[in-house]
Design a protein around this ligand. Structure first.
Ligand code: SF4
Length: 395
């Protein structure tokens, strides 16, 4: 069955986290109505704009930003418009990202009425001092109460995000955050190692000095790597199995939507700074995006021009994205999809990465080791060297 994932970015936040450089902000709530109308305009034209786009939708993901801040009527308008133009299949995974303490009862009612069955909470830390230092507005008690409320409201799947490497974090406080996460009973966890973006407030402080955002209290790279390794152990021991570099879940609770990104299955992105990947008639992948400027998004139309990926670009993506997933990549499948002569030049680098402890093999599968997951950017750069020297693939 050819199905589609729909991603909708909702860029409104109540405060801006110090490490964040997403296309989100504390925009006036008066923009919300116009924003949702713009997204709905794009939903209405998507089917005619992209002939062949699957009409059957098996995942919807509202990210951001903080989509739970949308008033209930606008949430319902969004879901109603999706259903007018696409068929959301029975059992589809429908996710909304929420900030703890920022889900009003009316918004929760609108979510459940709209079929939302998965909530992703940006907790980042269950230690109040750490959450506060990054500009988050919640406490541990608020986050736990919200997780309980979601369950009580009948939301089947709940994810909590944590970040390893926040200012003030220590090995002990990280362990405590993980223990609270496990005890909370969430069936999914996303664990990110802090990557300070130069354009965030914290990033500028790291570059230019200062202590307003606690840059000097960021743990060392080695300490952050130890925290990540500790999370892999602790979550695995507690039934949250790692299925991707940053993602852990109970069996059957893996995010169907996010798997589409790594397996290169089609998805349509709407809203600010939203990315899409669809397949055209001959099977080639096309990618396109929307602007990351809110004013421009509100006053212009739709997506930028689609880029048709060459076979070489698809091959690069297949390595980078496929290796993110814990089960890794089947070499035979790569050779069948792209041709033996195109995949062959990568074999020496795979052998080198195995020898260096970044990759491991199990029969035909190649996957990242723990060291490879911690240093994945380094691994992917080695593949890029091959891409640059490999013969171009036939389009
Ligand atoms: S809530 Fe999320 S999107 Fe909003 S500022 Fe914080 S990290 Fe960024």
């Amino acid at each position: 069955m050819n199905t589609l994932g729909i991603y909708i970015s909702v860029p409104f936040c109540r405060s801006k986290c110090t490490y964040c450089n997403f296309a989100s902000g504390v925009f006036p709530s008066s923009y919300m109505e116009r924003y949702v109308e713009r997204v709905c305009e794009d939903l209405r034209v998507a089917v005619s704009r992209f002939p062949g786009i699957p009409r059957m939708v098996d995942t919807v993901y509202l990210g951001g930003g903080t989509p739970s801040l949308l008033p209930p009527d606008l949430l319902k308008t969004l879901f109603g418009t999706i259903r007018e133009h696409f068929l959301i299949v029975k059992g589809a995974e429908i996710t909304i990202e929420c900030a703890p303490g920022q889900v009003a009862n009316e918004a929760l009612d609108a979510m459940t009425e709209s079929g939302v069955n998965r909530i992703s909470f940006g907790v980042q830390s269950f230690i109040d001092q750490e959450a506060k230092a990054t500009g988050r507005l919640h406490t541990r008690a608020i986050a736990l109460e919200d997780i309980r409320r979601m369950r009580k409201a009948g939301i089947r799947h709940v994810n909590a995000d944590l970040i390893a490497g926040l200012p003030h974090q220590t090995a002990a406080s990280w362990h405590e955050s993980l223990a609270v996460l496990v005890d909370s009973g969430v069936d999914h966890a996303s664990i990110y190692m802090l990557e300070v973006d130069d354009d965030s407030r914290l990033g500028r402080e790291v570059l230019n000095g200062g202590a307003r955002y606690y840059a000097p209290a960021i743990p060392s790279d080695d300490a952050i790597a130890d925290m990540y390794a500790g999370a892999v152990d602790m979550l695995t021991e507690n039934g949250l199995k790692q299925y991707e570099i940053s993602n852990f879940a109970h069996a059957g609770s893996e995010s169907v939507h996010n798997m589409k990104y790594w397996l290169r299955h089609p998805y349509l992105g709407l809203g600010l700074d939203a990315h899409s990947m669809l397949r055209i008639e001959n099977g080639a992948a096309i990618r396109f995006a929307t602007t990351d400027d809110l004013q421009a998004y509100l006053t212009t139309t739709g997506w930028d021009d689609a880029h048709i990926l060459t076979r070489q670009e698809e091959l690069e993506e297949a390595w980078f994205l496929g290796l993110r997933v814990s089960c890794g990549i089947s070499l035979q499948t790569m050779k069948s999809e792209f041709g033996r002569e195109v995949a062959e030049p990568y074999m020496p680098i795979i052998q080198e990465l195995i020898a260096d402890g970044f990759l491991e093999t199990n029969a035909d599968q190649v996957s990242l080791t723990l060291r490879g997951r911690m240093l994945s950017n380094e691994v992917f750069a080695r593949f890029l060297d091959v891409v640059e020297t490999a013969q171009p693939a036939t389009v």
